[in-house]
Design a binder for this molecule. Structure first.
Ligand SMILES: [Zn+2]
Ligand SMILES: [Zn+2]
Length: 437
């Protein structure tokens, strides 16, 4: 037997649905008797459609407040206006704070909200409605967000019966990490160790974004190799990062992130067109400054700005005291004696879109492809995730946070310390020190 028979309703849209007055209401105006606003009446109309017992608000006696709405439905927010999508972060925030039964109402376009939630790694069920404003009759859009798809399936017929089937549409914001979970389950089953590492570029000064990076890294116990632009770094940065950022270590991001490429050429600081003597002098003073500022927290790894490094200069890095190099998907290269190369493979910032948020599902798809290459032996280094704390928007931070959280659920995953990533380099440096001694 169906426990949820299709509902039927008798609605009277001519009345204010909060105080019941039959007085004529102008579309978009407050009720003269109870002062309810149109959004409040629309919201009540949404709630009235839901099955009795699912909704605390329906069982309450006429309200303590003027509108009679249970604020538990608004994730602790005081008024419907707070949830207007003009405050786009509000939708994400509200979803984060959903209770177990969790639902939240928003003004706005359900499709746009769905896209926004997808971009922010917030899987849920979305029910978008076009609602007649009780009393005034104007149409308003409303959206329910539900954590549990079963709730969406159960409530959809009730909402359709109340508002009309054509006025209600349901959709799903998929979990972008589902494919990653599936792939990692294979690693787990095959008892392989899956190693990741994390690099962040372009550090120049202490900032709220740097603190956010440090806190995220510490919370997930995932150390970061932060590439510093030496010419712009100063003692203030060194002392700020020395206190309270125990999971960060630092490496050299060129010298000044200054473009020396000719007109029409892609940007580069250490490309082939650069005079070798000048380039080496820049790298040497960069290394000196990094050692002076960061001491033991400096790792002698060179991250070339704009990902460009001439092979001739790469061959000179060990002589300049730089035993490691890290690029983003570097072109094929001849090995250099004394130089350990470990690249990054997943750049989480969408640079084509003005440092925007990259589609999480696309990022995960790419990551899964890299994991499969690794599993097939086509890639032999730990998987490097690349971030840029200075430019990242909330959605990118959320992706990173969730990536770290999802991988933490698999005991096969390890986020390596950069010192372990460049392990060969460490032993090489020790060997040199021993030889010198
Ligand atoms: Zn009223
Ligand atoms: Zn850079």
């Amino acid at each position: 037997m169906n426990r949820h028979p299709a509902p039927t309703f008798q609605r009277t849209d001519a009345q204010c649905n909060l105080c019941g007055t039959g007085m004529h209401l102008e579309a978009g105006e407050a009720c003269p008797l109870c002062a309810s606003t149109p959004p409040q009446r629309v919201m009540r109309s949404v709630f009235q459609a839901l099955p009795h017992g699912l909704l605390a608000q329906r069982t309450l006696a006429p309200a303590p407040g003027p509108h009679g709405l249970d604020e538990r439905w608004f994730a602790g927010r005081a008024t419907p206006a707070d949830l207007a999508l003009a405050d786009r972060a509000g939708a994400i925030d509200a979803l984060d704070n959903l209770s177990a039964r969790g639902v939240v109402y928003l003004d706005g376009d359900g499709g746009a909200i769905g896209a926004l939630l997808a971009l922010n790694c917030a899987p849920c069920s979305v029910i978008a409605m076009d609602v007649a404003e009780p009393g005034g009759g104007a149409r308003q859009r409303a959206t329910l967000l539900l954590r549990d798809p079963a709730d969406a399936a159960r409530w959809l017929p009730w909402l359709q019966a109340w508002h009309g089937p054509g006025a209600v549409a349901a959709s799903v914001v998929e979990d972008p990490f589902a494919a990653l979970r599936t792939e990692l389950a294979v690693w787990q089953a095959e008892q392989r160790e899956c190693s990741f590492w994390w690099r962040d570029d372009d550090l120049v000064a202490d900032s709220p974004a740097l603190r956010r990076l440090a806190a995220l890294s510490q919370r997930h116990d995932a150390p970061v190799l932060v590439a510093v632009i030496p010419a712009q770094a100063d003692a203030e940065l060194a002392s700020a990062s020395a206190g309270g950022m125990p999971t960060l270590v630092f490496c050299q991001h060129g010298w000044g992130h200054i473009n020396h490429a000719g007109a029409g050429q892609p940007n580069s600081e250490f490309g082939p067109e650069r005079d070798a003597h000048d380039a080496e002098a820049d790298l040497a003073r960069g290394g000196e400054r990094m050692r002076a500022l960061f001491g033991e927290r400096f790792m002698p790894v060179m991250v070339p700005p704009w990902n460009k490094l001439s092979p001739a200069l790469a061959a000179r890095l060990p002589a300049l005291g730089l035993g490691g190099v890290s690029q983003y998907l570097a072109e094929p290269h001849a090995p250099v004696a004394g130089l350990v190369r470990v690249d990054t493979h997943l750049d989480i910032v969408d640079w084509r879109n003005g440092a925007g948020v990259r589609e999480p599902a696309a990022l995960v798809e790419r990551l899964v492809a890299i994991l499969q290459m690794r599993r097939n032996g086509q890639l032999r280094e730990p998987i490097g995730v690349l971030s840029h704390h200075r430019v990242m928007l909330d959605g990118t931070w959320r992706f990173l946070d969730q990536l770290l959280a999802v991988t933490a659920g698999f005991s096969c995953v390890r986020w390596l310390h950069p010192r372990d990533v460049f392990q060969g380099m460490t032993s090489m440096i020790q060997t040199e020190a021993q030889c010198a001694a």
